[in-house]
Design a protein around this ligand. Sequence first.
Ligand SMILES: Cc1cc2nc3c(=O)[nH]c(=O)nc-3n(C[C@H](O)[C@H](O)[C@H](O)COP(=O)(O)OP(=O)(O)OC[C@H]3O[C@@H](n4cnc5c(N)ncnc54)[C@H](O)[C@@H]3O)c2cc1C
Ligand SMILES: NC(=O)c1ccc[n+]([C@@H]2O[C@H](COP(=O)([O-])OP(=O)(O)OC[C@H]3O[C@@H](n4cnc5c(N)ncnc54)[C@H](OP(=O)(O)O)[C@@H]3O)[C@@H](O)[C@H]2O)c1
Length: 258
Amino acid sequence: MSDSGKYSAVKVTQVWRWTDHLFSFRTERPDWFRFQAGQFARLGLAEVEDAPPSVWRAYSIVSGPYDDFLEYYSIVVPDGAFTSRLKDLQPGGTLFMERQNHGFLTLERFALQGDLFLLASGTGLAPYLSILADPLTWDSFDRIVLVHSVRLQNELAYREHIESLAENELFKDNAHKLIYLPTVTREPSGYLNARIPQLIQTGELEQKSNTPLSKERSKFMLCGNPEMVQETRIALKEKGFVSARSSRPGEIATENYW
Ligand SMILES: Cc1cc2nc3c(=O)[nH]c(=O)nc-3n(C[C@H](O)[C@H](O)[C@H](O)COP(=O)(O)OP(=O)(O)OC[C@H]3O[C@@H](n4cnc5c(N)ncnc54)[C@H](O)[C@@H]3O)c2cc1C
Ligand SMILES: NC(=O)c1ccc[n+]([C@@H]2O[C@H](COP(=O)([O-])OP(=O)(O)OC[C@H]3O[C@@H](n4cnc5c(N)ncnc54)[C@H](OP(=O)(O)O)[C@@H]3O)[C@@H](O)[C@H]2O)c1
């Protein structure tokens, strides 16, 4: 079964690996699928060929809203119901995706001015790659500070892509706005080496990004490990920032991956 009113089958077009437990893949983009940068898709896998999908998971979309493909960045969880099958994906293989887009980790959450802090642990980097592919981001903010916290240096997936955005024709007039701060927490490296909440508490985030935190200017997105999200939210709360809700403006938007 390839399609229903709710979902459709899509072909995988590319797969590449960053480490033994991290990989990325692309699928074709159905022309009916629209999304905003920062949103996620729900992807399904079938147990056997020609069967309907039996396991579904949320996946942030890495590619930009104007790209003609869909890209994703994935962990492999040992014995994970979804990723232990997903990891064997090959180009030409089939995935399922819900027709509906999802998620609120989007620029709509904030007034579009000031400085945007994109704070990620692990694969929580994914939605920010889409947000950085959207010209609206570069046009709207004065500074865009991207912090990617990983255990080991070889988990800094997309590092070269991020560093090359400065030369991208679309963004290069605004290249000075992006400050990319990897942090590697479990081995020595030339990068920062503290967890995100500590970077906030010690003032290292402001100092290394040369961007003061201010209630008037700063907006924060937090994505990935729920404990990181929670502890970062507390560190920001101590500085006077609050979550943005539909009922109340604020400076923090979050997404937990589990
Ligand atoms: C809104 C949303 C967006 C998401 N986007 C992504 C994404 O872009 N890329 C991605 O890899 N995952 C993403 N996830 C997680 C994803 O949905 C699955 O949990 C993941 O694919 C593992 O599936 P599984 O069945 O193998 O293991 P699960 O049974 O789903 O998870 C088992 C355990 O593995 C750990 N785990 C799960 N996901 C991750 C992860 N991403 N990084 C580190 N540890 C993890 C947790 O401890 C979890 O309890 C997202 C989750 C949500 C809610
Ligand atoms: N198969 C393998 O070889 C392999 C290798 C690595 C990971 N894994 C597995 O993959 C899973 C996910 O690993 P991951 O590295 O993507 O995710 P992770 O554990 O969330 O770590 C990613 C980053 O988030 C930081 N972090 C974790 N908890 C935090 C908190 N409470 N507050 C602030 N920052 C926090 C980590 O710092 P710290 O380093 O200080 O925790 C690290 O910098 C784990 O279950 C792990 O066992 C497998």
